[in-house]
Design a binder for this molecule. Sequence first.
Ligand code: DGJ
Length: 743
Amino acid sequence: MKTITLHTKNTTYQLGISPLGFVHHLYYGPKASGDMSALLSMRDRGFSGNPYESRNDRTYSMDALPVEYPCYGCGDYRSPAFNISDEKGIFGADLRYKSHQLEPGKYTIPGLPAVYPDTSEPDDIQTLKLVLEDARLGAEVTLYYGIFPELDVITRTVSVKNNGKGVLHLHKVFSAALDFISGGYDLLHFHGRHAMERLMERSPLSHGTLTIGSFRGTSSHQHNPFVILARPETTEDFGDCYGLALLYSGNFKCEAMMDQYGQTRLMMGLSDDMLDYALCPGETFYAPEAAMAYSSAGLAQLSHIFHKLIRTHVCRGRYRDIRRPVLINNWEATYFNFTGEKIINIARQAASLGVELMVLDDGWFGRRSDDNSSLGDWYVNEEKLGCSMAELAESLHGIGMKFGLWIEPEMVSEDSNLYRAHPDWAFIIPGKPPVMSRNQLVLDFSRKEVVDYIFAQMTEILDHASVDYIKMDMNRSICDVYTAVSGRQNYGTIMYRYVLGVYDFLERLTARYPNILFEGCSGGGGRFDAGMLYYTPQIWCSDNTDAIDRIRIQHGTSFCYPSCCVGAHVSAVPNHQTGRVTPLKTRAVTAMAGTFGYELDLGTLDAAEKQQVQKDIAAYKSFWPLMHDGMYYRLTDPNTPCCAAAWAFVSPDRTEALVSVVVLEMHGNAPAVYIRLKGLAPEKQYVITATESAAAEGLAAENAVSGSVLMHTGIPLPAGLTQYDSIQYYLAEVSDQRRFRKV
Ligand code: DGJ
């Protein structure tokens, strides 16, 4: 068997091409060398078909062997990654090896986000193109592998070219498939709902298929396009695990299964539900990209790989590596009830406490005074603002604040001039009452003229007002998928083309306004995925701003996504979503694990609270380099019954750390609680300071403790903490006193 082997710094990936031209997956795991084709176990298996050419050799079956890109029709009866039919509607493919080549550099994907090389940290990146062919159909399927040795990541995508004479119908083209010759894995996935997203769930894989995904038009609040396959014994610090992330923001599917022989298959890609992509002769289809990584040292290490990947090879733009301005957003402060003057007052108060950016949320356009009208009418409501947008921006800049604006370009209200002029631009199936959500409809972004029109409306505003930040929202799930373009029969492609339209819009907007900071949003975290992060380097993590719920949401989010991508704000109490009352400090400590901002009228706080806000902003700014460059460690699991949630940022050279602790539960006469640290250097001595020394009854600032002790025993929490209190510890290596900062 001919083999192809890919290496990253710590991993090896091997494929094998059988004499019949079938491509098998041989190995993905810790770095290894040699031919691994002996791993294939050839046995005569009942009811597992054999290729025509090997019919007398009943030991060769695609149904029982690990396959690199499983397709329906080749005798592999497990769920396929690829399913195609011809012009007559006949299903079945026979993909065989045609050629391969290894090229320097990284492939790109037309119209879709893709991991890119970071020129500031050169890596010896290569692309493997492996071409498979179905001679009967004239289908050429190319598997792409982007190899990032230093980053320890392999990216994947697939293209399908129609070299035949008839139209081909693509029903399933997953981006990546991974077959393992053994079972006994858990799938870690991130489920949720609006205002409670990305809660980690760990499910043992048993016989059958565990499917997660979305056909809501966005990647969704309900499931996230990132999963981990881990051994049951794998923990944060120990054991084998594989991560798979899809850079896509629309309908997706992930299938994880254990087959009849106890083998495991993990696949992810575009959802095949309602996919019917008619591929005309000469045309090529491109699947979205998936990124995969392996860790032999548990989940923390896997997260570190994905954090780096996303921070430096997915996020782009001016703000990629710099501290984002501390912002204040008026949504929870005013909802729709604001005037220009009210906004300036909120901003003035915020500026005096150290806030740097005022974001004007929903309600500044058309006749919008609630969520029932005006989406699509992107002209400024000067009557409500009392001035033009340019004047508002000028006033805010005048008080030293940057200015940000909320938009929701993909939507239209029935009560809007746009809808009255172009009712056919909305997704509505003729003769069927459309499903409404927030009383709004979705614009057909699969149509270029629709995207062009909205884009022109946006540029009209942004060219005339000095805007520093855009929050791009999307507030409903999509159904009634229909396009009114005459002659377009191909409804099974619309949701894919819709996402391409959104990406086109964002690509144009970010290119035209390179100095604007973009934040994604979809009712909070309904489109929190690596595809969106390619355009917007941060995403509003959830509409739930309650600190305690947020800790759980951010905990799940942290498995794949770095803290610099996580939009997080301090809001008022009682919290508007849960009614819970938490201390201001705790809300700040929680928001510091993200981009940090405020979402309340700071003018309503008393003098002591305002002082606290000033201190928190100063602390955030001072700790930002450590939080941005540092490695993030989950120290406890806030979803299990535990006294405290805790997480830490540790500098790459392990000389500094910031530990944040929030008390989740308190009981009478409670036992002492120790927070065991991770990621420190065992031999180093650390000086520990509680950042608010009034609360520090634990270790005295002068005490130095070894990394080893802190990781094995931990920091004792001081007595007297009550439920929802928080405490932050700053650790600095003793020998490096220059770094020690008293806070
Ligand atoms: C949903 C967002 O998540 C909120 O922050 C806010 O922007 C509203 N939409 C405005 O309609």
